[in-house]
Design a protein around this ligand. Sequence first.
Ligand SMILES: C[S@@+](CC[C@H](N)C(=O)[O-])C[C@H]1O[C@@H](n2cnc3c(N)ncnc32)[C@H](O)[C@@H]1O
Length: 265
Amino acid sequence: MSDQPASDTTDVTAQPNVARMYDYFLGGSHNFAVDRAAAQRVLEIFPETGAAAQTNRHFLRRAVRFAAERGVRQFLDIGAGLPTQGTVHEVVRAVAPDSRVVYVDYDEVAVAYARELLVDVPGTAVVRGDLRRPDDLLDHPAVRGTLDLDRPVAVLLLAVLHFVSDDDDPWDAVARLRDATVPGSHLALSHLTLDGIPPELAERGKAIYRNSSAPLVPRTHAETLRFFAGYDLVDPGLVETTQWRPDTEPDLVDSHGYAGVGVRR
Ligand SMILES: C[S@@+](CC[C@H](N)C(=O)[O-])C[C@H]1O[C@@H](n2cnc3c(N)ncnc32)[C@H](O)[C@@H]1O
């Protein structure tokens, strides 16, 4: 990706962006110099971040396959980021080719790229929306036009809630999404934690994100578990990401994350 601004009005290269930093951690090319510099500073503190991002993607694939195998045919991926290889529609379509997938992100670069990539993929839609405004997101014509909210939906919140501060009440946002879906819907969630990390290192990591497009808000197990209110967690519950139903994909590093899947009551 060149370092040219995406529009005349917004210089998207001026500030590190969490979507593009994540793309860099995953080895992608959709990032700018400012993103790479911030990501490198993270890697100096947490050298395993690239492998942790891969671990998170593995969980995404396992969770999505799990929901598809249980009969879910509709997926709402919020904070979807740049659609990299092994993304939701590719995984679910291997199980159920008729599935529908809506990708949501608030980042204009991620959305523009996703639209370019998915323009010819039937049954998918790309929406620019903000998790902190769930009602607007749910009312978006492309969401309403692609998903039938009277049938089960798997809501995917992978590595996104830790970019929403407590002041924005992410628990309420998740509850609103839950209330908009019918029983039998799924919630798949992964969330960064710095439980067990020396406070000085955690603080240095958070400081890097303070200058980026979103703050970094690691949460404890108990805080993360609260997102599942109204859902029955499937086995093995909310666990360190590599521990959630490991399959044949190679086992990667501890992701500094918790992951779980719940079924709406
Ligand atoms: C670390 S990436 C995770 C991408 C993907 N979900 C995954 O797990 O591989 C986080 C993504 O969440 C998006 N994001 C952060 N806050 C958001 C919000 N309030 N609403 C929508 N998207 C958000 C970022 O733009 C970024 O693309």
